[in-house]
Design a protein. Structure first.
Length: 249
């Protein structure tokens, strides 16, 4: 079954609202010749730039996602944002379970609660999984991925796989300049798809690779049969670099 690839740009803690508008304006021009039926594009800005980005991409097929959210619908959660706040800002999705959030103390049960809340609110979820270098070297990658995936998918049965994207991001390759070889990335993404297949239609599920994706390695990575796009960090901060990755997809 053919799956339309997705390139998701995770800006992390970069860009003010003004800078985000400038990026959107430049990127829309560069993306004029991109066939929206051939590749999906999502941009994930910081919360303060969500409205600026949704406005900047309003006339383009680019969709916008937040980088995280709280699992409660509202309440005394200083500094947090809810699913309804994200939707009110014009965003259509959210990243959940990124390794940088997990490193700050987010465990599988909280990730599952966030995914459930986001899906119930009608947001499209980019759900992140991945292993550390120590876990990979100890041969624990497969079991670690299975635990992360089953803890979430068992809690959200019955959802359309088009509402949920899984991004495999080996922690040892995020922001380090190291990239999993295409063979390693393919093996892990195929394993992710196989695990998820117990809960949803694996053939329709998008599995992304994330971890130092750049224009010069994007083509080879996305040529793999189980890699349906990329969650891009640092390389997504430059419009020209991001459009090269989109074209690779």
């Amino acid at each position: 079954m053919s799956r339309t690839p997705l390139i998701a740009a995770n800006w992390k803690m970069h860009f003010t609202s003004h800078e985000a508008r400038e990026f959107a304006s430049e990127f829309v021009e560069l993306a004029n010749d991109v066939d929206p039926t051939a590749v999906e594009i999502a941009v994930c800005p910081p919360f303060t730039a969500l409205e600026a980005v949704t406005s900047g991409f309003a006339t383009s097929p680019v969709w916008v996602a937040a980088q995280d959210m709280h699992e409660a619908p509202s309440g005394a959660h200083t500094g947090e944002v809810s699913a309804s706040m994200i939707k009110a800002a014009g965003a259509e999705g959210v990243i959940i379970g990124h390794s940088e959030r997990r490193a700050a103390g987010e465990d599988d049960s909280r990730v599952a609660a966030k995914v459930s809340r986001a899906l119930d609110a009608g947001l499209r979820v980019i759900f992140c999984v991945g292993e550390s270098l120590e876990q990979r070297e100890a041969g624990e990658t497969d079991n670690w991925l299975e635990r992360q995936i089953t803890s979430v998918l068992a809690a959200v049965p019955g959802y359309d796989p088009e509402s949920l994207v899984i991004a495999y991001e080996p922690i040892w390759a995020i922001g380090t300049g190291k990239t999993a070889t295409p063979e390693i990335a393919q093996q892990a993404c195929a394993h992710v798809r196989a695990i998820a297949g117990a809960y949803l239609s694996a053939e329709r599920l998008l599995v992304l690779y994330g971890g130092s994706v750049k224009p010069d390695n994007a083509v080879e990575l996305m040529a793999q049969p189980d890699i349906d796009g990329a969650l891009v960090g640092g390389a997504s901060l430059d419009p020209a670099s991001l459009i090269d990755i989109v074209r690779a997809a």
